[in-house]
Design a protein around this ligand. Structure first.
Ligand SMILES: Nc1ncnc2c1ncn2[C@@H]1O[C@H](COP(=O)(O)OP(=O)(O)OP(=O)(O)O)[C@@H](O)[C@H]1O
Ligand SMILES: [Mg+2]
Length: 257
């Protein structure tokens, strides 16, 4: 049977119902994503480079999972596969029980827009649009009328504490506030899974911690599963799940932090 060998509960002094490191997941633990022997090989000219070398893990549903590792270790590669932005060269990926690793581009795009929200390091906000319009943007493809779009965007902007700033332009708010806009935009479609690639890389320590706390709140409120990659171990909250990646290999983490 497929074993949960690479993903650990990050809670060294756990008294909660989380299972502790080096134990197998309880049989009833639900996974939002499952990787089975996943490899990703990039080809540059004639040279091949394996950025992911047989990754197997289960990512739990409704939890924060951190992907932690040094620069170049394969974090973005892993997230691109998880977010159906790229295809593996070997192995299988399941999302919400569906085998997504062999989806064609159209099916992948459809699945992505229905189920996955993204928060990028550079925020990827549209500078000519207001805060509110940026958050409404992912809803434009759906059959949602203007007033409902507005209501939903306002709801998520309130939730991230930006209710007062909805009519500002993106250029008129701070980096931490932009990151909150990016979080509201990722959540506005109500995705089952939110993927964040270095979401706090441009922020100071205090704002970074606030952003992670905000995502933790969102997880509790909306039951969203988060997968967040970071270099920064200070962000990893007690009770979070942790996948440690080094040189394209998923590793055990021990008592980090
Ligand atoms: N499109 C690509 N073509 C070729 N090699 C790539 C490509 N993307 C990434 N790589 C290589 O794969 C390895 C993993 O890259 P990846 O971007 O996944 O690392 P990372 O852990 O996200 O690093 P960082 O923390 O710096 O963002 C690196 O050695 C990188 O040079
Ligand atoms: Mg990266």
């Amino acid at each position: 049977m497929f074993r949960d060998e690479n993903i650990r509960d990050y809670n060294p002094v756990s008294t909660s119902s989380h299972y502790s490191p080096n134990q197998e997941a309880p049989p009833n633990a639900e996974s939002i994503a499952v990787f089975k022997d996943v490899e990703k090989e990039y080809v540059i000219d004639k040279y091949k480079f394996k950025a992911l070398k047989g990754a197997s893990c289960k990512i739990p549903k409704g939890e924060m999972t951190f992907l932690f590792g040094p620069s170049g270790s394969g974090k973005t590669t892993f997230l691109n596969l998880l977010g159906l932005l790229d295809q593996p060269t070997a192995g299988e990926i399941y999302l919400m029980g569906e085998k997504v690793s062999d989806f064609n581009d159209n099916r992948a795009a459809d699945f992505r827009s229905k189920n996955i929200g993204f928060i990028f390091q550079s925020f990827n906000l549209i500078s000519v649009l207001s805060v509110l319009e940026n958050v409404e943007f992912p809803l434009l493809h759906d059959n949602i009328n203007r007033s409902e779009r507005r209501e939903r965007a306002e709801h998520y902007l309130e939730a991230v504490g930006l209710g007062e700033l909805i009519n500002r332009n993106i250029g008129e708010i701070s980096g931490g506030q932009r990151q909150r806009v990016a979080i509201a935009r990722a959540l506005v479609t109500n995705p089952a899974l939110v993927i964040a690639d270095e979401p706090t890389a441009n922020l100071d320590i205090r704002t970074s911690q606030e952003i992670v706390d905000l995502m933790t709140d969102m997880k509790s409120k909306f039951k969203t599963s988060f997968v967040i990659c970071t270099h920064d171990e200070t962000l990893i909250n007690e009770g979070s799940r942790l996948i440690h990646i080094v040189d394209g290999l998923l590793q055990d983490t021990g008592g980090l932090k």
